[in-house]
Each structure stands twice: as structure tokens, then as C-alpha cells.
Design a protein around this ligand. Structure first.
Ligand SMILES: *Cc1c(COP(=O)(O)O)cnc(C)c1O
Length: 476
């Protein structure tokens, strides 16, 4: 496909400016460029076609099945966009006084109240801009808590190896040392290893739940009470609340702090870099450290306030406000019953697919899953030479977005499938059929899979080079 610069023809324009009705102002020469910038010159119709052609080469939730594990690529209802597009929300200025921002403050307050209810927490901040940012914020709260108590020896955060990769990164960013705890064969936290890891230096533990194998840990209550006995706090990575919301609450499982991903569970379009939102909830003992400001309601009036010992701001103004508008719309549209049904559907759909594929593809942990499951293609690779990457590439030929690959790291040749609740049974059946066809090809004609994709604009780029040496400038 030709680049805009390659389509450029000198003098081509796409706007017709009205003729000048005032005297032309001449800038001083020192303020002017010596040569015109090298911008592509192109007509409006050609520009439109260029971007349409680009759009056709990508894949979104509106194009087809998108079972990208851990990312919850579900359908995002259009009504969310309509609400986020309301003039009263888009035209509000963040420096507008409180008395002129009451509607927006009500949205923040309402969204936080509903998230408190859904997570079982006592306070929620809408500031963090993403899941990892929420983790970092939560860990700052834990750090402030220990500092205020004079717990100088509490410097370590325990993280099971089935956690999302952002957990240890956030802990280090927040100034902690990470202690990794291994998982059992069945994907649960190894309790013996956990007990050994706990000590006077334990500041807390981070649990990704369901973990990155798509499984609910059976010992959560014991885990949180062990950490509390040692004087530590418990952090719940709730990015994948899609699996449990309406059924179980981190606050009732002994967790002191949690983040949720509005751009996953609460339906804001994501992928391609945002915007996201990772609100953080905490229990009573962490409330006074929360980022400032929070919104409170007195009578009919909403006001901002700073918690007494706030860790400060973690984001400009009030976070990605329009994502909160979408999440609030989503929660109010579904209601308590709908929220519960959404996670029921997510778990049902994942189990339906897993059940149909089990026995044909190896599973990392056979049996049942929560909202996603992990296939292990190690044996297939040994037998046929076809890797998880090859299967992922072949899926592109069928217009299916590949599952998450080579994650979690504790499974080699992993494909992590998350169908989400918004897919129909027909789509799930189609996904299964395609995966089974690819398995058959791997056994009878591996080259067909290894050389895929056959029908895409781009086949197999050098991914390391693309990441390390991206060409983002046109070379004239
Ligand atoms: C997606 C995800 C994160 C990170 O969220 P971002 O918004 O991408 O920063 C953290 N933990 C889990 C379990 C996730 O699935």
C-alpha cells in the first residue's frame, strides 16, 4: 500500500479558503521558515481512501471474533459513546469552578459509589489512567500506611508467579522488593512456599484473580489472613473483574485494596493505546492516604476534598473522565442483575469453548476455567513443528484475532483464549471449528500453518526489529 507521501502531488489541496476580507498581516522574516514543510499534498477523496484502506487492514471487535486473553475485548455498547459524547461532558473545562461542574462531579461520585458496592471497598478514586497505574497507586497507599505506622522493616511485596506481569513492575516502581511465589500444577498458589516467604519484612501481597491461567485460587481466604497475621496488606488485581463481578467481592475476601480496569470489564473500547481507566478502591484503614482530590456529596452539593494524609495526585485533574462516563452508563444500563449476568456469561462462554477443545488441544490446567483458559501447544510443537505463533498467524486467515500468545510465562507455547460474554454461541462454535481445522492442518500439512498468514497485507514482520527500530519517519 502506498504511503501518503508517495501519493503526494505538488499543489494538491483539500480546502477552499474564503477570500481574505481583512488586510494581510506580514510576519517578520525571522519568524518564518526558510522552506515549506514537507507535508503530503493530497486531495480529500484520496486522503479518505488512504485511511479507509488502512482501516480495512486492521481488526477490531466490530470486524470479528477477538478472543484476546486477559484483555476482555468485548462489545462496547453504543449508548456509552452517546453519553460520553454529550456536550455537557465534552465541553466541560477541568478548571471550571465546582459550582459549574456539579454534573460531572456527580458522575465521578456515582461511578465511585457503584464501584465501591461492586468491589466491597470503602473508598474509590477515579484518577488512575490504567490498570498498571492503579496497581502503582494502590502500592503507594500500602507504602504510606506502613510509613505512618513506623513499619520501616516492611519492604517486600509477595507476588505469585501466576500474577500479571505488571504486578512486580508496579511493586518495584513503588519502591518495594518483590518476592515471587511459585504455583502448583493446578495453577493455585503454593501455600508452603507462601508461608515460607511471609516474614516481618512482608509489606503485603498482590494477587491477580482469576490468575493468568484463568483460575480462581481455592485458598484466597487463607492467603489473605496469613498476610494480615504478619501485619501486611492484601492487594487484589481486579483487572479481570469480568469473571467475578456480581458474584464475589474482593472486599469480602480480605483484600484491603483493589483496582479494576474500566476499559476491560466496564466496556470502554481499548487496544491501540487507550484511553483507559484503573480506579482504585480501598478499605477504611487506607482512606486517608487516597490520591487527592476525591468528590463528596453533602445534601445535593458535590465538593472536592483532599484526604488528610493523601499521597498526592497520581494524574492530572480527575483522570480519564469520559471513560468514567462510559463505565457509569454501562453499570446503570445493566443494573445489579445484568452485571452479575455479564460475568456469568463470560465464564460460561470460556468453559463452553474450553470443553469443546479439551482432549484435542492440551490445556495448561485441564478441567474448568473462569473467564479464560490457556492452551499449551508444547506437545503439538514437538510432534508437528507447529508453534503457538503459527496457530495464531493461521487464525488471521480466517478473520479471527489471535488469542494472547506466550503468556502467562509459566506456560511455554501458550495460547490464552478469552471469548467474553458478548459473543454468541454461533461465534464460539465457529471459533472452535477453526481451531480444530488448524489442528488438523498442523498434523497433515504443517507448512500450511507455518507459512500463514496467506491472505493478509503483512505476513510475518521481524517483530524484534519492528519494536526496537521502528521506522516512524518518512525518508525523503
Ligand atoms: C490488563 C491487566 C493489567 C494491566 O492493565 P493496563 O490497563 O493495561 O495497565 C493488570 N493486571 C491484569 C490481570 C490485567 O489483565
Amino acid at each position: 500500500m502506498k504511503l501518503l507521501f508517495e501519493r503526494s502531488v505538488p499543489g494538491r489541496r483539500q480546502n477552499i479558503m474564503p477570500s481574505l476580507k481583512v488586510e494581510e498581516y506580514k510576519f517578520d522574516k525571522s519568524l518564518l521558515r526558510e522552506a515549506a514543510p514537507k507535508l503530503p499534498e493530497i486531495s480529500e477523496v484520496d486522503l479518505g481512501r488512504h485511511y479507509t484502506e488502512l482501516a480495512k487492514q486492521t481488526h477490531g471487535v466490530n470486524d470479528g471474533f477477538y478472543p484476546l486473553g486477559s484483555c476482555t475485548m468485548k462489545y462496547n455498547p453504543r449508548i456509552n459513546e452517546e453519553m460520553a459524547g454529550l456536550n455537557g461532558f465534552t465541553a466541560v473545562h477541568p478548571l471550571q469552578g465546582e459550582e459549574y461542574s456539579q454534573g460531572s462531579m456527580e458522575v465521578i461520585w456515582n461511578a465511585a459509589e457503584l464501584l465501591k458496592e461492586i468491589t466491597g471497598m470503602d473508598e474509590v478514586t477515579m484518577q488512575p489512567a490504567a490498570g498498571a497505574h492503579g496497581e502503582y497507586t494502590g502500592l503507594l497507599l500500602i507504602r504510606a500506611y506502613h510509613k505512618a505506622k513506623g513499619n520501616t522493616e516492611k519492604t517486600k511485596i509477595i507476588i505469585p508467579d501466576s500474577a500479571h506481569g505488571t504486578n512486580p513492575a508496579s511493586a518495584v516502581m513503588a519502591g518495594f522488593t518483590v518476592v515471587s511465589v511459585p504455583s502448583n500444577e493446578d495453577g493455585s498458589v503454593n501455600m508452603e512456599a507462601l508461608k515460607e516467604a511471609i516474614g516481618a519484612d512482608t509489606a503485603g501481597l498482590m494477587l491477580t484473580n482469576p490468575n493468568t491461567l484463568g483460575l480462581l485460587d481455592p485458598n484466597i481466604l487463607e492467603i489473605t489472613s496469613l498476610i494480615h497475621e504478619a501485619g501486611g496488606l492484601c492487594y487484589y488485581d481486579g483487572a479481570n473483574l469480568n469473571a467475578v463481578m456480581g458474584h464475589a467481592r474482593p472486599g469480602d475476601m480480605g483484600f484491603d485494596c483493589v483496582h479494576v480496569n474500566l476499559h476491560k470489564t466496564f466496556s470502554t473500547p481499548h487496544g491501540g493505546g487507550g484511553p483507559g481507566s484503573g480506579p482504585v478502591g480501598c478499605k477504611e484503614e487506607l482512606k486517608k492516604f487516597m490520591p487527592a482530590p476525591l468528590v463528596k456529596k453533602e445534601g445535593d452539593l458535590f465538593t472536592f476534598f483532599d484526604p488528610e494524609e493523601t499521597v498526592g495526585r497520581v494524574r492530572t485533574f480527575n483522570g480519564n473522565f469520559l471513560v468514567a462516563v462510559r463505565a457509569l452508563t454501562y453499570i446503570l444500563t445493566l443494573g445489579a442483575e445484568g452485571i452479575r449476568e455479564a460475568s456469568t456469561g463470560a465464564v460460561l462462554n470460556a468453559n463452553y469453548m474450553m470443553h469443546k477443545l479439551q482432549g484435542k488441544y492440551d490445556m495448561a490446567v485441564p478441567g474448568r476455567c473462569m473467564h479464560e483458559f490457556v492452551m499449551n501447544l508444547e506437545e503439538l510443537k514437538k510432534e508437528t513443528g507447529v508453534s503457538a505463533m503459527d496457530v495464531a498467524k493461521r487464525l488471521l486467515d480466517f478473520g479471527v484475532h489471535p488469542p494472547t500468545m506466550y503468556f502467562p510465562l509459566i506456560v511455554h507455547e501458550a495460547l490464552m483464549v478469552e471469548p467474553s460474554e458478548t459473543e454468541s454461541r454461533e461465534t464460539l462454535d465457529m471459533g472452535v471449528e477453526i481451531l480444530l481445522q488448524i489442528l488438523e492442518e498442523a498434523k497433515t500439512n504443517p507448512g500450511q500453518v507455518q507459512q500463514a498468514p496467506h491472505n493478509c497485507a503483512i505476513g510475518r514482520p521481524d517483530e524484534v526489529k519492528a519494536a526496537r527500530e521502528p521506522k516512524v519517519r518518512y525518508q525523503f
